[in-house]
Design a protein around this ligand. Sequence first.
Ligand SMILES: Cc1ncc(COP(=O)(O)O)c(C=O)c1O
Length: 416
Amino acid sequence: MHRALTVKNAAVIRWDGALKSGLPAGRWLRASCGAVHRIYCDYNATTPMDPSVRDVLVSTLDRAWANPSSIHLAGRQAREVLDDARYRMAKVWQCRPSEVVFTSGGTEANNLAILGTARLNRHRGRHLVTSTVEHHAVLHACDYLERHEGFEVTRVRVDPDGRVDPADVARALRPDTILVSVMTANNEVGTVQPVAEIGSLCRGRGVIFHTDAVQAMGKLPFTGMPSFEADLVAVCAHKFHGPKGAGALYVRSPLLPHPILHGGGHENERRAGTENVAAWVGLVAAFERFVPEPVFDPARLRTLTERLAGAATSIPGVHRRGPVEGRLSNTLSFSVERADAIVLLANLDLEGVCASSGSACSAGSLEPSHVLQAMGVPFAECQALVRFSLGRENTEEEIQRIIELLPEVVRRSRGG
Ligand SMILES: Cc1ncc(COP(=O)(O)O)c(C=O)c1O
């Protein structure tokens, strides 16, 4: 399968989807496409499923395929497998099994947290607080409530590193504030937020606190959900070598957000829909293996990203974006003067490097990064964000290769 992508400089790039097919998880990262060796540096977008997780998932498809709501033996067996997954998740999360709600991923978990809690508490108040650098799964859910359901949203600003000041959150709270939502770590520039501090201050003021922890899991130390000081924590499996389409929301008892999917009484009346048992067992297996001891080795990835940062910022007009300290160790972002992200990414792709821009791609162009804009980056550069997010497969040789080709990629992308 080939996809054609027209970029501004009129080059036509063929993206070879066949590259990814037919190889075991992880192996395709090392595969070559023609003469080009592929270097995958887009682990914040997604990770390949770990072979051990895939084995668990596939065997669950075989042994627990029945509907867990069915009364018969096959159904009861599937229910047992699901109950076991929930129990194990609760054990690693350090919470009660009833506080685990499985979902279709991070987007749904965030939507359930925000829409469900706002609707539950609308009689108490209609004011929400979030930050300007959240993922669209949070920002757009808040926008929706503002536009269609009569809520008011305060979006707290960030400093030039993309960090939220808890004092600003405290100042934004009002008597009618019912929910605060601040992410644990930013997907575009890697900034780690002081969520426990924000959570404590919310708890002290009787305000529900939600954090989107999708990018943090497997990258930051994890000792259990209580450490977030949050009422709601969203996670998804595909960021730490689990399956796509599998996520979960920690819901601190006795909170009971309104469901956003209506139908059957699944997930204790909190999320209707026949359970995706195999994917959720895969999520739990990946969580147990790759989160308590982070699969993204902080020391190794910090060394690799700092090497890359040093080389990239020696190119005139290339600026590092996001903090040096207090960041995800695997995430490194740059803005590039006089260039456009899609051309940069296409040129990197031609050299075999899979990188990303944090922003959404629509109709062959990238929207300016709302995260960079919130950090006060000049507007023209908000359209030229390149994010390298490294992972366990990356080697020193691969980083050296990127360092060598980057000056030429930037020169070409500027049309020079
Ligand atoms: C911070 C953050 N939140 C939420 C999501 C959405 O998760 P999912 O892809 O599982 O819907 C992402 C995915 O990139 C993310 O980075």
